[in-house]
Design a protein around this ligand. Structure first.
Ligand SMILES: Cc1cc2nc3c(=O)[nH]c(=O)nc-3n(C[C@H](O)[C@H](O)[C@H](O)COP(=O)(O)OP(=O)(O)OC[C@H]3O[C@@H](n4cnc5c(N)ncnc54)[C@H](O)[C@@H]3O)c2cc1C
Length: 378
């Protein structure tokens, strides 16, 4: 095989998990390549509301999201499809920051630390040989001691690795707009509607992110996005008002389909899976981004525990698996419960009713969806 270059570590996916782990590995002295199938910067489907729990860890990698002028969010409004709403203060501040800015900034930091970020270069497949992994992309073939998967919620690698979650669970679509709208900078709203829910908050640019997750069947039944927004989302008076009184800055939304919340796993075919590749948390319970970054930290710890010696690969994987089970799996399960609770109209009304009557329930909901601050990696 004609191998182009040799790396210590090769990361598939230049999103939050992939770039953070690549940056951390470079800081550990490894020669790292990231294969990213798309371009950067670019817009991605995401509510762009990131829990501040990740900040201390990121700062230890010389990444300071606060320098990007994010919105600082400390208030939450939750509404049911009927418009019935409750408000709460968030114990922990979160940031409103676009993926356009965040992912690009991380890629620049990774490159400054010596990582090669190869854009528009999709990963194809790998083989494990005695000397390490041989990895094929659309453009070249590489050799690496470590292969890390961080390709997000859905990708060609899922099919290539024949992952069973592809055959399970309800299908969802994600749709995102940036809006010019009058919206408080410190507020995030979660507005439910029949078949889905929408998050609303400001980004660093002052534009407002409207991002919703909806059953794909609901979009089809409505007859497309425009009809869905007019006839389904707008049944919630908060969303109706927002859509009426704002201006969409793009002609078309950023959209994805084929989203599933079925269980995946931290290791597949002997490869560490980071971020959404290991498991996708329901956006309602927040913080897929924080979990992606957390998983990168867990991987760095696992690697450090074996001093990045490839002959100790099995020990590193086992370390990562246990840490992931302890720190991430529970939050994914909580997300699944919330998804069930808020997916249906009746349940949302009921859950909101309960939360309004019992404030501790609301506080529990907020607490469960934000993790403890992530310690610096030194
Ligand atoms: C509707 C919706 C709203 C959300 N809102 C929020 C929110 O407000 N707050 C929050 O914290 N989380 C939110 N999330 C979750 C969050 O977006 C994800 O958890 C987070 O992006 C995961 O990061 P990641 O690095 O695992 O994946 P990604 O950021 O998706 O990165 C994966 C990268 O891999 C690349 N890739 C894929 N296939 C290949 C390949 N074959 N070769 C090379 N590269 C490849 C992709 O192009 C992508 O850049 C939301 C999710 C959805 C669906």
């Amino acid at each position: 095989m004609n191998v182009t270059r040799q790396y210590d570590a090769l990361v598939v996916g230049g999103g939050l998990a992939g770039l953070t782990s690549a940056l951390g590995m470079a800081k550990m002295g490894l020669k790292v390549l990231v294969l990213e199938k798309g371009n950067l910067p670019r817009h991605k489907v995401c509510g762009e509301y990131i829990s501040a729990e990740v900040l201390p860890f990121l700062k230890s990698l010389d990444v300071d999201f606060e320098s990007l002028n994010p919105a600082r969010i400390n208030k939450l409004v939750l509404s049911a499809p009927s418009g019935q709403a409750l408000q709460a203060n968030l114990d922990q501040e979160s940031l409103g920051l676009s993926r356009w800015a965040m992912d690009y900034y991380l890629a620049q930091k990774a490159e400054a630390a010596g990582v090669r970020v190869a854009l528009q270069e999709p990963y194809l497949d790998f083989e494990l040989e005695k000397e390490g992994y041989v990895v094929r992309s659309k453009k070249a073939t590489y050799r690496a001691n470590w292969l890390i998967m961080a390709y997000g919620k859905l990708g060609q690698p899922d099919r290539q690795l024949n992952r069973s979650f592809l055959r399970k669970g309800t299908l969802y679509s994600g749709i995102k707009w940036h809006l010019e709208a009058d919206w408080p900078r410190d507020l995030v709203a979660l507005h439910n509607f029949k078949g889905g829910y929408a998050g609303v908050s400001q980004t660093e640019t002052g534009l407002v992110n409207l991002c919703y997750l909806v059953r794909t069947a609901t979009v089809k039944k409505a007859g497309g996005v425009e009809a869905l927004e007019q006839n389904v989302l707008s049944q919630n008076p908060h969303l109706e008002q927002l859509l009426e009184k704002s201006r969409k800055v793009w002609e078309k939304p950023v959209a994805i389909s084929g989203v599933r919340f079925s269980a995946r796993g931290a290791i597949t075919q002997g490869l560490p899976m980071l971020g959404d590749s290991a498991g996708l948390i329901a956006p309602l319970s927040g913080n897929g981004m924080a979990l992606a970054i957390r998983s990168a930290r867990l991987w760095l710890e696992a690697l450090r525990s074996v001093e990045a010696k490839p002959q100790l690969r099995k020990a590193a994987l086992s370390h990562y698996q246990s840490a992931w089970n302890a720190q991430i799996q529970g939050r994914l399960r909580f997300g699944k419960t919330m998804q069930g609770l808020f997916g249906g109209t009746m349940l949302t009304e009921l859950a909101l009713g309960t939360a309004a009557v019992f404030p501790p329930v609301t506080q529990q909901l907020i607490k469960q969806s934000h993790g403890k601050p992530l310690a610096p990696f030194t």
